[in-house]
Design a binder for this molecule. Structure first.
Ligand code: BV8
Length: 249
């Protein structure tokens, strides 16, 4: 692992343009259950893959909004971990050298922003934002927990979480930025993601087709582990700080 970290640190020092895609694994050490870990407590009998869909909300807006309200509270209680902080420092170091840095996240918890990352591309939206199903108007800083389920807007219309559900298109602007940055970068990282949800899981291929080197930092093996140049197996909260310390001594 040490030699691999040195190799990646060298590539990071020389990189002119870096893109990172993160998934739920980067927030695991902040005690936010990942998407595929068993859900806990009253939600353990629910399947996230079934709840995170427009059909589920349509059929039972109360249950789906209670699940998101529960997760939103956990995200607000969570503290950014060493992995989030290291990525924020990596952005500062790269940009201070005149390089470009793009952080794409599948996570809806806003921990990257709370750790100091700037201009984060939220591929799957944010659990902190809810939008009116009729007008699309967005609301933040809503009461935690909600007073009623499903929650309603000040105009008394139905609110839904402003996240991208399975079967829904990702925000156009986020997609554009992700494709542009991935195709132009010279170093691409996939961190804390099972790399099975598309289109997010496909940006590593866009980067490699553009000539970039690719790095995976993940606890478990994934479908891209054999396709990257470096596969660092372990906890992002431990590996990323070591990597940034080695690269930007
Ligand atoms: C779309 C927001 C088209 C909501 C999420 C084939 C068959 C069926 C469907 C499809 C298909 N191909 C594409 C699709 C569609 C589907 C898809 O990809 N399905 C998959 C399951 C096959 N994709 C979509 O539906 C997307 N939309 O394609 O639209 C379209 C176009 C035009 C018009 C209309 C439609 C939308 C996908 C977005 C879904 N929303 N989240 C919410 O959060 O509730 S996805 C959800 O999964 C989360 O965002 C999560 O981030 C994401 C991926 O999961 P991970 O983040 O990777 O988390 P996971 O638990 O899986 O893995 C954690 C990893 O971390 C593990 O590998 C673990 O080892 C590691 N780890 C754990 N701890 C640590 C760690 N690593 C490091 N350190 C640690 N400490």
């Amino acid at each position: 692992m040490e030699r691999a970290i040195q190799g990646v640190a060298e590539a990071l020092r020389d990189a002119r343009s870096v893109v990172i895609v993160t998934g739920a694994g980067v927030s695991a050490e902040s005690r936010i259950p990942t998407f595929r870990d068993a859900m806990e407590g009253l939600w353990k009998s629910f399947d996230p893959m079934k709840l995170a869909t427009p059909e589920a909300f349509e059929a039972d807006p109360e249950t789906v909004s209670r699940w998101y309200d529960f997760r939103r509270a956990k995200c607000l209680e969570a503290i950014p971990n060493g992995g989030h902080v290291a990525l924020a420092r990596m952005q500062r170091e790269i940009e201070s050298r005149g390089g470009s840095f793009t952080l794409l996240t599948q996570n809806v918890d806003r921990l990257h922003q709370r750790a100091g990352s700037r201009d984060v591309v939220e591929l799957h939206g944010s659990i902190m934002v809810w939008r009116c199903v009729e007008t699309g108007r967005r609301y933040e800083d809503l009461p935690v927990p909600f007073e009623e389920f499903p929650p309603r807007s000040p105009e008394d219309t139905l609110l839904r979480p402003d996240v991208v559900w399975f079967g829904e298109a990702l925000p156009e602007a986020a997609l554009e930025r992700a494709f542009e940055a991935s195709s132009a970068c010279d170093l691409f990282f996939s961190v804390g993601t099972s790399a099975v949800v598309y289109p997010a899981a496909g940006f590593v291929d866009v980067a490699r087709q553009g000539g970039a080197q690719a790095v995976e930092v993940n606890r478990d093996e994934t479908p891209i582990s054999d396709a990257v140049d470096w596969s660092l197996r372990g906890a992002s909260g431990e590996i990323l700080p070591r990597l940034v310390a080695e690269a930007f001594r």
